[in-house]
Write a protein that binds this ligand. Sequence first.
Ligand SMILES: [Fe+2]
Length: 213
Amino acid sequence: MERIELTDEMISVLRERVRDYLKPKRYLHTLAVEEEAARLGGMFLPERVNALRAAALLHDITKRDDLEKQLQYCSEFGIIYDVSEKSSPKLFHAKTAAALARRDFAEFVDDEIVSGIRWHTTGRAEMTTFESIVYLADYIEKTRTFPDCVELRRYFWDGVASPGVDLAEHLKKTMVKSFDLTIGNLIEENSPIDRDTVAARNRFILELREDVN
Ligand SMILES: [Fe+2]
């Protein structure tokens, strides 16, 4: 896979450029995701820390756009969507942000960065470590106060601090827990559960059982 090298200067430029795409509160969240992704990157993918920063900075660039605009992006970028997704418009922004990042920020992204953006909301089967970090950073960044976020943040960092921890395994367990929390909420709200989320959870559970790999 072709990988882009991002300097600290490029990250600073990107950090300013994405500001135009985000409401002020979302921008603060985005900066917190960047910081969290860099911290997790330092533990799991040290050579990709700036790429993780870029994915974090770009992950929500279409979040403020309404359903009409999301559908417009879909036709513009040839994004295929399921009719059921129209009832969960939140799910559009990951797909549309990935496409918009390629168009408006081409000099800052490679395939890995774009896929980190693409899968940051639902997850997917066989998530890469890169995708998992962007997803998890979004969930547990320090400004999140939603009880599930607080719980997952504590679970992850307590596990990291526990003696003899296998970090790769703990990351997978944290991902499973995140999906359990998300799916639990969706059930409570009587909302549909995205198939990619189910596939992501299934895959991590099998990996933890070592039925695969
Ligand atoms: Fe986010």
